[in-house]
Structures are given as C-alpha cells and as structure tokens.
Design a protein around this ligand. Structure first.
Ligand SMILES: Nc1ncnc2c1ncn2[C@@H]1O[C@H](COP(=O)(O)OP(=O)(O)O)[C@@H](O)[C@H]1O
Ligand SMILES: [Mg+2]
Length: 280
C-alpha cells in the first residue's frame, strides 16, 4: 500500500501547495525503491495547479472520486499529470462544489483509492489546503501530517490550538514553518507540544518556479540548489524515513533519550498562551 502524508494549514495561505511541491520535487529516490511520489490536490476549496501550470485537471481528482465509488476503484496514477519539473500530480478544478465532494469522498470512505493495493508502492503527498473536519479520516491513516504555518507568534498560536485538540495524534505531526521565524526549534517544540519542526526559508525564486511563474528559471535548473529546495530536501528525508531526525543542541540530544526539552517561556508569552502545565 502507498504511504500517505497529508499537508495542510489551520489558517490563511501560508504556503501549503508550495511546500507539497517542494517536498515532491526532492523526495528521495531511495525512499520508495525509485517510485516517484504522487501529489494529490485534495483541497475542499479547489485546486490551483492546473491553472498555474496550464495543464488539464481531467483526468484528475474528480475522476479518482468517481472511481472510488466503484467496487474496484480505478488507478490513482491513471489520473496523474506530469508537471514540468517531473512531479506527478492528480489535479483538481478551481472552486469548491464538486471538488469539495470529491475530497470528502477520497479523504473518507473512498480512501482506498489513494492507498491502493498491497502491491502498490510509493508515497501520496496530499495537499489538503486548510485542514477541516472532513480530513480527519485520512489524517488518521496518514503516516505523518505536515502542518504548514508562518513563523510569527500569531500564526503559531493557531498551530498551538490545533495541536492541543489533536490529543495523542499530535505524535503524527511535523510543523513546517515557512519564512522568517524568531524562535528556535527547541522552543517551538517545547511550547507548542509538537515533536518535530522544520524550517522552510522564504525564497521567492524557488517559489516562483513551484507556482509556474518562472519557466526560464526552470530551464536553468539552478533553482534545485536554492535555499527552499535544500530545506525541503532535509524535510523530505525526515518524512520518508531516509534520514535521522537531526535536532541541534541539548534539546536534540535529550529528545533522543525521550526527555522533554525545557519550556520556552518567551514564545509562550509572546503568543499569549497560558503554560500548558499551569493548574490554575
Ligand atoms: N517559501 C516560500 N518563499 C516564497 N514564497 C512562497 C513560499 N511559500 C509560498 N510562497 C508564495 O506564497 C503564495 C501562497 O502559496 P501557496 O503555496 O499557494 O499557499 P497555500 O497553498 O497555503 O494557499 C504563493 O504566491 C507562493 O509562491
Ligand atoms: Mg494551496
């Protein structure tokens, strides 16, 4: 069966689609015996990739959803289109409506179509857009849930609220912080209660390529060495299990022992968050 990794946000548009494409573009070959990952646009408010890259959205998610209703679901890969930088994507049309219904089906009762059979290998990277209640089924089945957020206290406060409600499922989460962030990884993990955090730099050149806005840069190929792609590479190795989690400093060393890093008071205060351990 394919491995599922869901990627989404809790508020705003912090860069979910960009992050999913960056991860797919650098997904380690050795992770899935050379099987390229498949990006599935499963955003209830509709897809962006068909418009951004001028590619068809049929076949795409709507076809996958139709076949998910059948006793023998069709092939997910048959609905995939190749983007210019070698990424396979199952695209969705823009706009909610039919797309929302399709997402609810493949994220819920029709999930089998994403995972495939026992013999299917590879990884499905699911771009959920804003994470809603409809996503809970597929998130439970996912090996990891990447929550994408900006790095300010206001954005991280929303991530904190989401993690607080996740209960034991918080173990599945990786927080991907896009753009500037004044807080260190150890402070974020300790304060927000999430075990893993990765930083993805603000990198308009690479983001332009990933949004289909810079075709000439794409031909130059140098964009793959950009800061965003390098950081995405490290995150992809972590998510695919082809790398050890590298957390620098004392908290990293202690995390390896299962110890809890010290609480980071100033992020908590900046975010206006009561200490989780406070009894009154
Ligand atoms: N790391 C980044 N560096 C620079 N620009 C980015 C980055 N991530 C996203 N963007 C830009 O932010 C905008 C929204 O990104 P997108 O991935 O579509 O967000 P979402 O899927 O969360 O709505 C796009 O214009 C995209 O190019
Ligand atoms: Mg998006």
């Amino acid at each position: 069966m394919r491995r599922l990794i869901t990627v989404g946000s809790v508020k705003g548009a912090p860069g979910v689609t960009t992050t999913v494409l960056a991860l797919a573009a650098v997904w380690p070959n050795r992770a899935d015996h050379g099987v390229r990952p498949v990006v599935v646009e499963a955003d209830v408010s509709g897809g962006d990739l068909a418009v951004r890259f001028g590619c068809p959205h049929t076949p795409g998610l709507l076809d996958v959803a139709t076949s998910a209703r059948q006793e023998q679901p069709g092939s997910l890969l048959a609905a995939a289109t190749d983007l210019p930088f070698g990424i396979r994507v199952v695209a969705s049309p823009a706009g909610g409506g039919a797309c929302g219904e399709a997402v609810r089906l493949v994220a819920g009762p029709g999930q089998r179509v994403l995972r495939g059979d026992e013999s299917d290998r590879g990884t499905v990277l699911l771009d959920m857009g804003r994470i809603g209640d409809d996503a809970s089924g597929v998130m439970e089945a996912a090996e990891a849930v990447v929550l994408v957020s900006r790095g300010g206290a206001d954005a991280l406060a929303h991530a904190y609220a989401h993690f607080s409600e996740a209960g034991p499922r918080v173990e599945q989460y990786v927080l991907a912080v896009v753009g500037p962030c004044p807080y260190a990884a150890g402070e974020i993990t300790a304060t927000l209660g999430v075990g893993r955090v990765v930083f993805l730099p603000w990198d308009p050149k690479a983001a332009d390529v990933l949004a289909g806005r810079a075709r000439s840069a794409l031909r130059a190929k140098g964009w793959r060495a950009s800061p965003l792609m390098a950081a995405a590479g490290a995150a992809a190795r972590q998510l695919s299990g082809t790398d050890e989690v590298v957390t620098k400093g004392l908290s990293g060393d202690l995390a390896g022992l299962g110890a809890v890093p010290p609480p980071g008071g100033h992020l908590r205060r900046a975010a206006g968050l009561a200490p989780k351990e406070s009894a009154s």
